[in-house]
Design a protein around this ligand. Structure first.
Ligand SMILES: Nc1ncnc2c1ncn2[C@@H]1O[C@H](COP(=O)(O)OP(=O)(O)OP(=O)(O)O)[C@@H](O)[C@H]1O
Length: 264
């Protein structure tokens, strides 16, 4: 497996994440088909597309939850294709989940301490040792402050409002100080107020960081993304700024074909 990007790849400078002809088949059905994606370091990149376009499958490939049928994934020029999720996380890709993975009884700050401890190897062996965990408390409180949960640090995760749970999950991803932050539908299921709060939050945490996110809400996409990749039937349909893709005839047609979907 190569450890460096091939020097002949055009436009690779400044690219943190690259996929080349990435394909995932499920019993012959191509959920992701020859996707070549370049995510420039320090930018916010949105993946959009109608239901079933392949966004979740692509996310699962990037994080190692699924192995590609063919193609390559490079992180900072290093081939990470086929690596296990833990290895990929260790190399700097963190994902904030759409479905909550929090322990209801555990406090917000304990969650973040555990996330901070896990890359050190302390996480699961010593997490009940409060003395060991205390070293992570100042940073944990900082992260909670960053995501707007400073006053909820002692609250049990189960008692947090939906938007606060999503903010806590973001803090857990940030605890890994990732080179690449993947956000899986950060505003799914949120009311208008939480959506706007989340946009502001993602703007804040994406400063100086590379972010790839999936979202169906085009207000969110337009507010956050430097670049938008539109997928349809597993393939890249269009790519560019939000203004460019929303005026693309192919994109308009793809979305018009889908009843009930928010239009670009
Ligand atoms: N494990 C699987 N086995 C078989 N088919 C799958 C599997 N996972 C996904 N698919 C199919 O692959 C296609 C892409 O699905 P995917 O969930 O990636 O789309 P999506 O763009 O994330 O959709 P949504 O916006 O609805 O979440 C769909 O047709 C889906 O049914």
């Amino acid at each position: 497996m190569p450890t460096q990007a091939s020097p002949e790849v055009p436009g690779a400078a400044g690219v943190l994440l690259q996929t080349r002809d990435l394909t995932k088949e499920f019993r012959g059905f191509r959920a992701v088909s020859d996707v070549s994606l370049s995510v420039v370091e320090g930018t916010v990149h949105a993946l959009v597309g109608p239901n079933g376009a392949g966004k979740t499958t692509l996310f699962n490939l990037l994080t190692g939850f699924l192995a590609p049928t063919s193609g390559e994934i490079l992180l900072g020029g290093r081939d990470i294709t086929g690596m296990q999720p833990e290895q990929i996380a260790h190399l700097g890709i963190a994902r904030s989940f759409q479905i909550t993975s929090l322990f209801d009884q555990m406090s917000a700050v304990d969650h973040v301490e555990l996330a901070l401890a896990s890359p050190t190897g302390l996480g699961y062996r010593f997490w009940r040792s409060s003395k060991q965990m205390r070293q992570f408390r100042p940073r944990a409180l900082e992260l909670l402050d960053q995501v707007g949960l400073a006053d909820r640090s002692g609250a049990a995760a189960g008692s947090l409002a939906y938007g606060q749970k999503r903010a806590l999950e973001l803090a857990l991803a940030l605890a890994l100080d990732p080179r690449l932050l993947l956000l899986d539908e950060p505003t799914a299921g949120m009311g208008l107020e939480d959506v706007d709060r989340t946009i502001a939050l993602v703007k804040k945490v994406s400063d100086g960081r590379t972010v790839v996110f999936v979202d169906h809400n085009m207000h969110v996409v337009g507010s956050l993304a430097d670049t938008v990749t539109v997928l349809q039937s597993g393939q890249v349909l269009a790519e560019g700024t939000y203004e460019k893709v929303r005026n693309d005839e192919k994109v308009i047609t793809a979305y018009l074909g889908q009843a009930g979907e928010q239009h670009v």
